[in-house]
Design a binder for this molecule. Structure first.
Ligand code: G6P
Length: 491
């Protein structure tokens, strides 16, 4: 963090993300300020504070004159203002086309390959272009210098880097794609593939979580654009602009927020079992996800069913708590998925319930971070079965919560996290028998082996924490800027 402060002194830094770091909501006479739980805010807020930067985001609370000034700006954090949020307001049509439509019915399934067909409507694309343009205008108007550092977050803004570069050619634009990047064959079905790639290549640095996402991206560019791709340096040259394609695996804060521990009961093991009417020695598994079809919740439940079929001694002695936060509920596919998840849990519970507590406790609701932390600390295992996931921070949060060095992580091989945590029991979530065997192994694992595995995973997460993630990107940007000052080339 100290290095970062040195590098950033006096720099003009702008972050762009769809979600905002603080939400101001009017409740009668009062304005309430809410800070959503977000790994991104944890990572980027120290940077914003260090350089009094600007965070451009979609305004999701009240557009009150008491909250934002006439330029839609508000100083945050409320108790000790150190940087600004610049809110971009969207009409319902813009939000429907840009967020629900093109971002979440188009790009989300396109990049995740969870076998849900992407939907591409030209009306959504029109809104996506218009909203990216709206954000580009906001960024340009917020720039205090002609060469700001702009950090563009995620698939909502594929077109933004080029739009900003066209207006501010000396800006250093670091974009990070938080979800996977598919192979060229899969990406090919997108009707606007060239525009998306060209938009992203307005970036000085284009970041992904894993090397295989970088490889896929470079292959896709090579296939569809007249670009010069250097496979050794992973630099791409397109339209006179050089983009470095780089891997920056995201992580979580380390050490974990001390408030989490303060708000947690000391004996989570007994507390959580009592809370759920489970006997003291009952084995407990935990899953925590947004209720999203990419998370493999159906596959997870089928694996639990298979575990109980193959090892009936666990029936009545093992319960899996699935915390599922409702998400993007306006989209048909998400409603359909929720119905399937509920039906499958009910069917499995009906099948095994007569012999003790239900094997699956499905909790479809938001849980505050301290509650989730208690479940992590109470569990014998955590099961992450994503069909495809950029990183998956639940895996790392589980590890961070286990300072007792107990508990086993069962982790899908299709997550970015699996590349960093080989001491987890890695599984293919589509293979129910393999997952059931891993669950059985986890439930039977000797304490010493749990400790050895957990210690190695905790070491990794402690070292490669989220401050490093942001720090590495900014250090690379600083190097580029120093070079461009010498060579007189844009960053
Ligand atoms: C993923 C995306 C994020 C997104 C988050 C929650 O992690 O990469 O950009 O913010 O899901 O989804 P939501 O649609 O609720 O913002």
């Amino acid at each position: 963090r100290t290095i970062l402060h040195g590098e950033l002194r006096g720099e003009d830094v702008i972050v762009v993300s769809n979600r905002e770091p603080y939400i101001h909501q009017r409740r009668g006479e009062r304005i309430e300020v809410h800070r959503p739980a977000s790994g991104l805010v944890t990572a980027l807020e120290p940077i914003m504070r260090a350089c009094s930067g600007t965070w451009v985001a979609h305004g999701s609370g009240s557009a009150d004159a008491e909250v934002v000034d006439k330029n839609d700006r508000v100083a945050v954090p409320p108790e000790n203002p150190a940087y600004h949020i610049r809110r971009v307001w969207l009409t319902p049509e813009e939000e429907a086309g840009y967020y629900y439509g093109f971002s979440n019915e188009g790009l989300w399934p396109l990049c995740h390959i969870a076998h849900v067909r992407p939907i591409f409507r030209s009306s959504d694309w029109t809104q996506y272009v218009a909203v990216n343009r709206k954000f580009a205008k906001a960024v340009v108007s917020e720039a205090k210098t002609k060469n700001p550092i702009v950090l563009v977050q995620d698939y909502h803004f594929a077109l933004l880097p080029k739009m900003i570069h066209d207006e501010l050619p000396d800006a250093t634009i670091i974009s990070f794609w938080h979800i996977p990047w598919p192979n060229p064959e899969s990406f090919a079905i997108c009707p606007w593939r060239e525009e998306i790639l060209a938009g992203m290549l307005g970036s000085s640095i284009m970041g992904f979580h894993t090397q295989s996402h970088c490889n896929n991206f470079v292959d896709t560019v090579d296939r569809f654009l007249e670009a010069r791709v250097d496979r050794e340096s992973f630099n791409v040259s397109f339209g006179g602009k050089l983009t470095a394609v780089r891997r920056y695996p995201i992580s979580i804060a380390w050490p974990p927020d001390p408030e989490l521990l303060q708000k947690t009961v000391p004996d989570c093991r007994s507390h959580i079992r009592q809370l759920n009417d489970l006997p003291p020695e009952h084995k407990l598994g935990i899953g925590v996800d947004r209720l999203d079809y990419t998370k493999g919740i159906l596959e997870r439940f089928r694996a639990i069913e298979r575990l109980l079929e193959l090892n009936p001694n666990w029936i009545g002695h093992f319960t899996f708590v699935q915390i599922a936060a409702p998400t993007r509920t306006g989209i048909d596919e998400y409603q359909h998925h929720e119905a399937q998840v509920r039906a499958l849990a009910a069917r499995i519970n009906a099948r095994f319930r007569s012999r003790g507590p239900a094997p699956i406790l499905l909790k479809i609701e938001q849980h505050a971070p301290p509650q989730v932390y208690e479940y992590f600390r109470a569990a014998d295992l955590c099961f992450v079965s994503s069909l495809h996931d950029g990183m998956n921070l639940v895996a790392k949060e589980f590890v961070a919560a286990r300072d007792d060095e107990r508990g086993v992580l069962v982790l899908s091989e299709f997550t970015g996290a699996a590349r960093e945590l080989p001491e987890a029991l890695t599984v293919n979530p589509y293979d129910a028998d393999q997952c059931a065997a891993a669950l059985h192994l986890a439930l039977s694992m000797p304490e010493a082996e749990q400790r050895d595995r957990m210690r190695l995973m905790r070491g990794l997460v402690a070292e490669f924490n989220v401050f490093r993630w942001a720090g590495r990107m900014l250090l690379d940007a600083a190097t580029k800027r120093r070079r461009s000052r010498v060579t007189d080339q844009p960053g």
